[in-house]
Structures are given as C-alpha cells and as structure tokens.
Design a protein around this ligand. Structure first.
Ligand code: PNS
Length: 171
C-alpha cells in the first residue's frame, strides 16, 4: 500500500525545522502533502499565495512532496488527499499539550487517520516561525534558521530605511 502523509501548518514562514521534518518524512512516506492553513484570523506576515510560492520553491526538488493549502477541518483535507497519516513535528515538551489535544480531536473526527510525531534535529529544537519573525523584525540575523528564500523576503518586509544591515550571528 502507498502511504500518503499530510504535513499541516501555518508555515508563516517555513523554518529549517519544518524542512528537516519534511526531509525525514520523505524517507518514510511515499507521498507528503504539505498543507498550508489559510488563516486570515492569525493575521499572517506572509499572505497565503506567498507562503505557497516559498514552499514550492523550497521543496520543488523533491519529487514525492507536494504543496497545497486548505481551510476547514484538517481531517477533511487529509481525506481528500487519500492520506492515512498526519505528520506533526515535536520540538519540546511545551509543544506536547497542544499537539495532544489536536491529535485526540482529529482521532475523534477521523479514527482512520493516524497522527505521527517526528522530532527535528536538535539544532532546530528551539526554532519557531514566531521567534524567527520577532528576531528578523528587530534586525537580528536568522541565517541558518530558515531557507534563503525566506531570508530575502523577511529582509524586504522589515527593511528600515537608513539602518545598517544586522550583524551576522557567530557560529
Ligand atoms: O503550524 P501550526 O499553526 O501549529 O498548525 C496548526 C494546524 C494548521 C495544524 C491546525 O490549526 C489545524 O489543523 N487547523 C485546521 C482546523 C482543524 O482541523 N481543527 C480541528 C482539529 S484540532
């Protein structure tokens, strides 16, 4: 049987932690569909179309990875893709409670779809889209934490006229 996994999220923006999970997932599943939540309520920094463009350019080289967007229930989207699995990344214990609740709710809604948790490399265990945006907004360097496509777009978003470029982080 061919295994399809959906990897859902807001991806505002995608980080190297997300990418690490996708790249590990490629070895486990025949097909991964990255499902970007269309979430105007959260007032994302990057509009949906831009998040889709970024994701497509970042994972375009991987033949078994697709990018799509959804609204409504995740399990409905997963069903529409013929997915048997939902993949979520777990970085730290603090992620657990939210993930636990979502998993049990999704199980109740669709017992036939299993949620599988994957851990990124420890190098990314502290990286989140929220922190990346905060650091970039305040002029800090996020090189190595997000793909280059994201760096250039963050720079455009947060460019302050006349301000010297942020110093590179050591290491
Ligand atoms: O990257 P995020 O923001 O933590 O992803 C959250 C996401 C998109 C997985 C979650 O908000 C979601 O699944 N939303 C769809 C709505 C839904 O299905 N809700 C019921 C299950 S909790």
């Amino acid at each position: 049987m061919k295994l399809t996994a959906v990897f859902p999220g807001t991806f505002d923006p995608i980080t190297n932690g997300h990418l690490d999970i996708i790249s590990r997932g490629r070895d486990l599943f025949d097909r991964i569909v990255i499902a970007i939540l269309r979430n105007p309520d959260k007032d994302p920094l990057f509009p949906l179309e831009e998040r889709v463009d970024i994701l497509r350019s970042v994972v375009g080289r991987w033949s078994n990875v697709e990018v799509d967007s959804f609204d409504g229930l995740l399990v409905d989207f997963a069903r529409s893709q013929g997915a048997q699995v939902i993949v979520r990344g777990l970085r730290a214990l603090s992620d657990f409670e939210y993930e636990f609740q979502m998993t049990l709710m999704n199980q109740r809604l669709e017992p036939g779809i299993q949620t599988v948790f994957m851990m990124p490399s420890e190098a990314y265990s502290y990286v989140s889209s929220r922190l990346v945006k905060e650091v970039a907004r305040l002029g800090g360097d996020v090189t190595g934490l997000v793909p280059p496509e994201v760096i250039s777009r963050l720079k455009k978003r947060f460019a302050v006229p006349g301000r010297a470029p942020a110093r590179k982080a050591r290491g």
